[in-house]
Design a protein around this ligand. Sequence first.
Ligand code: SF4
Length: 339
Amino acid sequence: MMTYGQIKEILDDRSPQSIEALAHKAAQTTRQYFGRAISLYSPLYLSNFCSSHCTYCGFHSRHNIQRIRLEPGQYRREMQFIHAQGIRNILMLTGESYKHTPLSYLKEAAGIASEYFQGVSLEVHPMRADEYKELFAAGVDGITVYQETYDRKRYAEVHLAGYKKDYDFRYDTPRRAAEAGMRQISLGVLLGLGNVVDDVYALYQHLRQLEKDFPGVEYSVSFPRLRTVKSETLASCDVDDVQFVQILCLTRLLFPRVGINLSTREAPRLRDHLLEIAITRISAGSNTSVGGYTLLEQEKQDPQFDIKDERSVDEIVKLLKARNFDPVFTDWRHIENRP
Ligand code: SF4
């Protein structure tokens, strides 16, 4: 593992030759370990009720938006829509409300999602290991939980209220999910909140420890950059495209087998470029509002953040094929051990 100083030196080096060399090595490593396969998934927002107040998020508890929780008939319709686009991996998200989206609600949603999707992941409030076991039994096989920033002081400044204020409980969430048997765990930092080098270094340490303790888990990482919400700026992100590319390249070199996700927060041109360098998993045809696929017209939607890449799944698949990538809809199937 590189030292903090070495990581800082690489991320501070803005010379075009160094960045090109870094990108070249990252691209080679990505092809060596992942070939030209790119996995696809879509997010499905189940609820925007949230009892936490994170200053950067459009769903925070004091934001005056229409609060919606989808009921089974409604999210089934959304799932059918996503399934019809060809997607087989879904990431279901909620705000952090133990009251509005309790374990029982999530288990029911997971069971219905399993009818349509081979991969079912959740990005919801952190839970105990025994609750993750129940979710695993209900069909969830992946947990996404970003620490957002590893800087405790900054964490306290931007997480003003609610369960998300508990830094340590969140930090230990991937461990509890791994103990419960989850197959995939995704970690990340929200770039723009804390010092970039500090956060990237801390994420690497977190991931290294998890790899050591739970080597059987498939890990992936994300580096979302802060975005506007309905064109309103809740916080700014000073990580430019060059630094963003450096972070992805460095991550690829230090963690050759770890998946790197890229969401539609990023613009099409940059996303397309990064496919050649470090990315292994992208979201496609995304909507970040509750009921955004089939239930609410666009002007009535309250997204968690504004998306920059509005291309459909079909368009993304065509683009991947034209660039000689293999779009992967599923690389996993449950085995029915029936006599
Ligand atoms: S980031 Fe999550 S916990 Fe924080 S306000 Fe948004 S939905 Fe709620």
